[in-house]
Design a protein around this ligand. Structure first.
Ligand code: HEC
Length: 133
């Protein structure tokens, strides 16, 4: 009996502590805070790495014909001219095919970076513009 109530107390304390610990913004949205750099967004430094990591396997110049329906997302001009459908595809807008194909949605930070870059006018930059976050 005694050990049962001790166990109960421990369980309750643990869940209360866990409740407090997780009830903060950083724990709830880790990518938007600790890991996500939304202050220095650039095409070369922020957007291209997302495309390399999640899209080039099918949409690089070399792979587009075989795997990417001939949609190339490697050069800046190709990315820029496909931007509306690129954004629609990664945000899973029903008007477009969901991308990355056969995979989960991009993480919030990657999508946010592309949004910020687009809000800056989608420049071909390697130096941050600032302004929009
Ligand atoms: C596994 C291969 C693969 C990956 C990875 C992939 N795509 Fe695609 N993508 C395709 C194929 C194939 C199509 C043609 C439509 C279809 O067959 O589903 C396509 C279509 C598209 C389209 C046109 C969608 C439309 O409705 O007009 C866009 C834009 C696009 N991809 C962007 C991306 C982006 C951005 C990424 C990375 C976040 C990505 N894709 C990752 C294979 C891929």
């Amino acid at each position: 009996m005694k050990s049962t109530s001790l166990l109960f107390t421990i369980l309750v304390s643990c869940s209360l502590l866990a409740g407090c610990y997780y009830d903060n913004e950083e724990a709830l949205y880790p990518q938007l805070n600790s890991g996500c750099d939304t202050t220095n967004v650039t095409y070369a430094g922020s957007v291209v790495p997302v495309l390399v990591g999640s899209c080039y396997s099918c949409h690089s110049n070399a792979n587009a014909a075989s795997f990417g329906d001939n949609i190339r997302l490697e050069s800046y001009s190709d990315v820029k001219s496909n931007l509306t459908r690129l954004y629609g595809a990664i945000t899973w807008d029903p008007k477009f095919t969901r991308m990355p194909k056969n995979s989960g949605k991009l993480d919030d930070c990657s999508i946010r970076i592309i949004e910020i870059w687009m809000a800056q006018g989608a420049p071909n930059n390697i130096v941050p513009q600032g302004g929009v976050r």
